[in-house]
Structure formats: structure tokens, C-alpha cells
Design a protein around this ligand. Sequence first.
Ligand code: 2P0
Length: 334
Amino acid sequence: MNIACDIATTRASATACANVALVKYFGKRCETYNLPAAGSLSVTLQPLRTTTQVAIDGQPGDDVVYLGDALASVPFTARVSRFLDLLRQEAGSTSRVVVTTSNNFPTAAGLASSASGFAALALAATHALRIPTTPQSLSAWARRGSGSAARSIPGGFVVWHAGSAPDGSDSFAESIAPPGHWDIALVIGIAATGPKADSSTLAMNRTRDTSPYYRAFIDSTAHWLAEAQQAVHARDIEKLGDIAEHSALAMHAATLAARPGILFFNPTTTAALHQVRQWRRDGIGAWFTCDAGPQPKVLCSAADAQEIAERLRQVPGIQDIITATPGDGATLSG
Ligand code: 2P0
């Protein structure tokens, strides 16, 4: 680990990749600790990356958060401050924190910017505030900022354990295989770049509270999580792809049946999903997943990624393509 921390000024900076879940997390058993109702399995994605610097300047007052080159919005800053409050409490600090964060991909559009963002912030801020961590406790800290951020601390193929402890001490993510274990790719189509209409937390809570399919989605997840882990270990892409499509569709079925229903797909998403199934009928190994946003994401072998990217680019409404491969976990950076 490349450690960059200025002792005198207590600055630290860290970088973390986004992740995509192939067995989805969608539902909290405890919102205070961001504890999931079921476990999930993800791939940490390079090159989708957040880089975050924090500076603890010893001054009282409000935190200052820059997103890219500009001051972040009030809600974004408030969310970051709530997370920093937890760390300040742990460290016994009253200092404000100056945070500068940037993503190399669209923010808040279903590309897991909260995952990479809170993972990078958790690592940089715990370091700057001198909070001792282990890989597991760092994942648990990141989870407090955003559930899926727990999965952006480890690299490669990752399982986030649902856990059962009320304080969440057994709900952390860990790698089940390193990035080099398997040459797969996620080809991501950008079907919209604006912020999404419904936040993940709001969508999860409404789905839990009103969807008749929520319980069925949660109850079936443990089985698919075990099967997906076997598929990763066996490098069985047909099995993993089949589970990924099923988990995504089951999650979206649950959100669609909430009241009012939550529809993350746009017409471009739907067209892409149909195309992926057509490519499979044509003999190409491609399976889709989709998160709390409109971007279609296609799982394939790395050898097929260029072909899939060219095909996905032809789907009407697709604005851009990002090809991601299994990436490293969060690291401190210079
Ligand atoms: C996942 N998603 O497993 C699922 C699938 C979106 C759809 O985790 O409320 O940003 O911060 O815990 O982690 C996105 O939700 O939500 C997410 P919070 P988060 O990747």
C-alpha cells in the first residue's frame, strides 16, 4: 500500500474503484448502520475511479467539499459531513474537514459513484484522523457512507456479508478472488448522464415498505449468492451470467411493483437488454445487469469485450461506452 499522509498538516488522499453487483443488494435491515437485508457479490471495476483528498486543518466550522472543480451541492456536502461526523466521533476530533473529490465517470447516474466515493473518503479520512483500521473495519466504515461502498474497499471479486450483529460488526465485504483470477469484462453503455430521479436509499425503502415482491427477492438472494461464488471460483461465465441477469431482473421486478413503482430503465436500457439476449442467441457470451439507473452493463469474457462494445454502441440512444475489468481495492495515493 502506497501511504501518503502529511503528518504536520494531516492530509491524506486515496483512490477507489466503483463496483457492479452481479448478485444485487437492494434493501436495508438497518438504516442507521446501512446493514443489508441480504448479502451481495460484486466486481471492483477499473477504470471507474474516485480520487479524494482530505485535509484536517484543526479549525472548527462546517466541512468544505469540492466535487471536481466546484463546491459540491448542499445535500452532497451534508451527506459527506454526516459520514465525517462518525469518524470525528471515533477520533475525538472537532476539526472541520476539507474534502476534494473527483470521479472519472458520470456522478450519480447508476455507475456507483457513491460506492467509489465513500470508499475513497473512508480510507483517506480514517488515515488523516489516525483511526486504526483493518481491511474489514475499513469496509464497515465505508458501508456507513453508502452500503455499496463496503464493496469498493476490496479488489477483484467481492462478497459483502449481510451479517447478523445489530451493530454491523460482521457486515463487511472481502475479496473472494483477486482481479487477475478471471479475464472478464463489464461493458457499460451510457444511456443517460444526468443524476437519477430516485436515490437508492429512497428506492430501497419504498420497495421494502410497499412491494409485494421485495420479500421474495431477499429470500432468494442467499441461494444465488452461494451459486455465484461457486461460478466465480470455477470461472463459469454462463452460470455467473445467468445468475447476474436473474438477480438484476428480480431486483427491478421488486422496484417496479413498489407503490408508486420505480422504473430505472429508459427506452435505451430496454433496447440494449433485448439486444444482449439476441447476441446470446447469435452465440456470443453476453449477459446484462442494470442498477439503480438506466445504464445497461454487459458481462462478457475480456476476449469478447471489443465486439460487445461495438455492438452496444450501435444501440439507439447509447451515448458512450466504458469497458471495465476487475480492478484493485482502495489505496492511499499521493
Ligand atoms: C447494488 N445498488 O448491489 C445495488 C443494486 C443499486 C442497485 O447498492 O443507500 O448507493 O447508499 O446504501 O449502496 C446502490 O445503493 O445505497 C446499490 P445506499 P447504494 O449495487
